[in-house]
Design a protein around this ligand. Structure first.
Ligand SMILES: Cc1ncc(COP(=O)(O)O)c(C=O)c1O
Length: 396
């Protein structure tokens, strides 16, 4: 076909952003096609295999004919397993009616923002932060209000900061702890103030808790904003299987929210994806109710890697790195190198053959930082540290 027909897109398409970690992957693959050996530290996915008992559950379900449409909000057994798991880990009661199952946690973001936010509303989101938040808030027509996360606050935010950003126009505040891209966590003092403000100004909070099991200082999961007074009816917990159970490619996630909102999110889902595959949901039940040792072993391994990365990065002149409390990212400060984050990320890709993401891919406040995902072997991480060091010494 010739390219003669001009596609006249709807205006709203100009408001939609993207996730650049996938672009970095494409550029890294192009280098590999030229015969270069690239170390991949750009993607946010565990390098572990999905535990065997979870795979077996999906295969058994497929073999027994679980190949049909399922209820839009999720099969009853998985909604119950998620409600039980969330009640136990967050220490607050949830019922299956609070749960909507989706193909990954990402659709919960899309559906919840579209269900709640529109013209004239303000939505506060973390900057730096997962780029899809700002993208979908823009798409919804609401005004995105960045909440700047600062290194000196451990990439959390202070009670004063959140107080200065919310008002009666605020419809939704998005938080993410442990946090992508920084690995930072929000203090309980700030969560408490946010909860107080949510009740006062009558807004909802979408709490992206997808990294809740990868929190190095907790035996269970960190305290959720949903547990503060008045917050169970104002919180959407976003969670999923991608990170905790190394199931990124399976596409299985969920939201736990007030039933009235769950009904509306389900209405959006029936207009979009109809349902989540039944055999995948069976795997989800196995993940939540089966042995948790694989999760614990993965988190221990991530802790070893985090410690090595933080030590190694701090030994490189011009780079400094605070110790993250969760997730599997470090967010080193590269301001002393005297170039923009984009330039540093490009130099490390093309001179050092280490693929990672510029801090500005996560918002304007990411300038001066780069994001490194340490979801890679200790051996590759050590080699990446060597390459970063030699590139910095050569180029800067
Ligand atoms: C902060 C955050 N939230 C949500 C997601 C979505 O994960 P998924 O759609 O694979 O469940 C990601 C994935 O990278 C993430 O980093």
């Amino acid at each position: 076909m010739s390219g003669a027909v001009e596609i006249k897109l709807a205006d709203r398409m100009s408001k939609l952003g993207t996730e650049t970690a996938f672009d970095v992957l494409v550029r890294a693959r192009a280098l590999e096609a030229e015969g270069k050996h690239v170390i991949h530290l750009q993607l946010g996915e565990p390098d572990f295999d999905t535990p065997q008992h979870i795979v077996d559950a999906a295969v058994d379900a497929l073999r027994s004919g679980d190949t049909h449409y399922t209820p839009t909000a999720g099969i009853p057994a998985l909604r119950k397993a998620i409600a039980d798991y969330t009640s136990e880990t967050r220490e607050i009661e949830f019922a299956p009616e609070h749960v909507v199952v989706t193909p990954g946690g990402k659709p919960i973001m899309f559906f919840v923002i579209l269900a709640l936010a529109g013209e004239g509303d303000e939505v506060v989101y973390p900057d730096p932060g997962f780029p899809i938040y700002q993208s979908v808030v823009n798409f919804s027509g609401a005004t995105p209000v960045p909440l700047e996360l600062k290194e000196e606050e451990g990439f959390g935010f202070s009670p004063d900061q959140i107080r200065s950003l919310v008002n009666d126009k605020t419809k939704l505040v998005i938080i993410n702890s442990p946090h992508n891209p920084t690995g930072g966590m929000i203090s309980e003092e700030s969560l408490e103030e946010l909860a107080r403000l949510a009740v006062k100004h009558d807004f909802m909070v979408m709490s992206d808790e997808i990294y809740s099991r990868i929190a190095y200082d907790y035996d269970t999961v960190p305290k959720s904003i949903s547990t503060y007074p008045g917050m169970r009816e104002r919180t959407i917990i976003l969670d999923g299987f991608s990170k905790t159970f190394a199931m990124t490619g399976w596409r299985l996630g969920y939201g736990v929210m007030p039933t009235k909102l769950a009904e509306q999110v389900t209405r959006l889902a029936v207009n979009c994806n109809s349902c989540t595959p039944g055999f995948i949901q069976q795997a989800g039940i196995a993940a939540l109710t089966g042995p948790q040792e694989p999760v614990e072993a993965m988190v221990e391994e991530f802790r070893r890697r985090r410690d090595m990365m933080v030590t190694g990065l701090n030994e490189i002149p011009g780079i400094s790195c605070i110790q993250p409390a969760g997730a599997f990212y470090v967010f080193p400060n590269v301001k002393q190198l005297g170039k923009t984050s984009d330039d540093v990320a490009n130099d490390l890709m093309y001179e050092g053959h280490v693929a990672l993401v510029s801090g500005t891919s996560f918002g304007a406040a990411g300038e001066g930082y780069i994001r490194i995902s340490y979801a890679n072997s200790m051996e590759n991480l050590q080699e990446a540290l060597n390459r970063i060091k030699s590139t910095v010494e050569r180029v800067y």
